[in-house]
Design a protein around this ligand. Structure first.
Ligand SMILES: [Zn+2]
Length: 429
């Protein structure tokens, strides 16, 4: 809304910013200096205001402005060249300039934003203390949830726990949050170790927000008067935005408490279902995971044994075509790796043997192999397998004496085995 408003603000004096003085004052009286309407919305400038304008990552206040018993909703507040503009609905054609207005700030929204904003200073400082070096890179508040972007080294899960612990400790130490203005020359002296501003503001007086013994930042937002008012901080997410920039998301105050209670209740409910205590959950889960791994390994071994036994059975049923022994078949529990090993061993031991077997465990695969006499006569097994599989929509590869085919369904694998056999029979004859 900013650009469209500037032309209406010529000659309007700067607004007295009272939210700096008392962030807990939610009702006030002021004089309307200017009022105009655009597209059903009304814009009001007061001589002084407690409404916080959107800025520095903190959303604007909302609430009401009442004039002569008529209540208007304040839906947005912006600061333009030192003037605070209150966007209100509905609009009125009445002249309101010079009249007294009663301002009422949505205190629940404001208090939540103050808690979030103060919490951000604490988390920022905690990151710096845990990581050694950190630089503020961005910040946003949305209904009790904060996202904070920080330039720092990778934050590990252990770092995150430590950051959360230190931040909550600062809350329960109930440290007063002081705000004051310093001149630019004073600022130079305390500049090292200051957080928050991406760049130093141009104003002659710069506002400092100090949590004694923990953090000192340049900031124009609204804050709690004491860290205890924040209640609680609960980290919920961490992302790596890019190399060297980490994003942390956390809940503040009531939202943090509710989220934590929900987690605890979910754990208790799970523990009851498992008939154990909540403390036992990590151990029980680790045991279950190890047990699952052990069983998977056992099943795999059993499958291999079964494959080997069935494979030997197939070999025993070999068919003599000319001077070549031909073995074909399908094994439901075999995978390409095991079949490859078994086929290789057989063709090394029998130079007049040809095998084509389909394995259906995992991704269906065809494995074929030819003994050395066949290769000497010009057989290229991988070429035969590739050509056959391609006609069925799959693919193949391998070497002259052993070929692998894949990318086929179970049904097509059976067809592929038959077709490879046909090709070999015609090769022999
Ligand atoms: Zn701040």
């Amino acid at each position: 809304m900013k650009k469209t408003l500037i032309k209406n603000l010529e000659g309007v004096p700067q607004t007295k910013l009272l939210y700096f003085k008392d962030p807990y004052k939610f009702k006030f009286k002021a004089e309307i200096l200017k009022k105009w309407e655009v597209n059903g919305k009304m814009y009001i400038v007061l001589d002084k205001t407690y409404f916080y304008p959107e800025g520095g990552g903190q959303p604007s206040d909302k609430g009401y402005v009442s004039v002569e018993d008529k209540k208007y909703s304040v839906v947005d507040v912006q600061k333009i060249k030192g003037v605070i503009v209150h966007e209100c609905v509905p609009s009125t054609t009445k002249s309101l300039e010079g009249k007294e207005a009663l301002g009422e700030i949505d205190s629940k929204r404001r208090v939540s934003n103050m808690r979030c904003h103060t919490a951000s200073h604490i988390v920022m400082s905690a990151i710096e203390k845990v990581k050694g070096k950190a630089q503020y890179a961005g910040f946003g508040i949305e209904e009790g949830k904060v996202r904070l972007d920080v330039q720092t080294e990778k934050i590990t899960p252990e770092d995150l726990e430590e950051i959360e612990r230190r931040s909550n400790k600062v809350i329960y130490q109930a440290i007063p949050v002081k705000t004051y203005f310093v001149s630019r020359s004073e600022l130079e002296k305390i500049l090292t170790g200051l957080h928050w501003a991406k760049e130093i503001p141009l104003e002659e007086k710069v506002r400092i927000v100090e949590i004694e013994g923990f953090d000192k930042s340049i900031c124009s937002g609204t804050h709690c008067l004491n860290t205890i008012e924040i209640g609680m901080i609960k980290v919920i997410n961490k992302f790596r935005l890019q190399k060297g920039v980490e994003r942390i998301e956390f809940l503040v105050g009531e939202e943090a408490v509710n989220e934590t209670l929900d987690y605890m209740n979910k754990l208790s409910s799970l523990a009851r279902k498992l008939n154990i205590s909540a403390e036992e959950i990590p151990n029980v889960l680790m045991k279950l995971r190890n047990e699952k791994k052990r069983m998977e390994k056992e099943i795999e071994e059993m499958k291999q044994e079964l494959t080997e036994s069935k494979f030997r059975n197939l070999i025993s049923k070999k068919e003599l075509i000319g001077t070549v022994e031909v073995v074909t078949g399908l094994l439901r529990e075999a995978n390409a790796k095991t079949l490859g090993r078994l086929v290789k061993k057989e063709i090394e031991e029998n130079e007049n043997l040809f095998i084509a077997v389909g394995g259906l465990s995992g991704k269906p695969a065809l494995v074929a192999g030819g003994g050395s006499q066949l290769i000497k006569k010009g057989l290229n097994v991988s070429q035969v397998v590739s050509e056959v599989c391609q006609t069925l929509g799959g693919r193949g590869g391998g070497s002259k004496n052993i070929g692998f085919g894949g990318g086929l369904t179970s049904e097509n694998i059976a067809k592929a085995v038959e077709k490879v056999k046909e090709r070999i029979v015609s090769f022999i004859k």
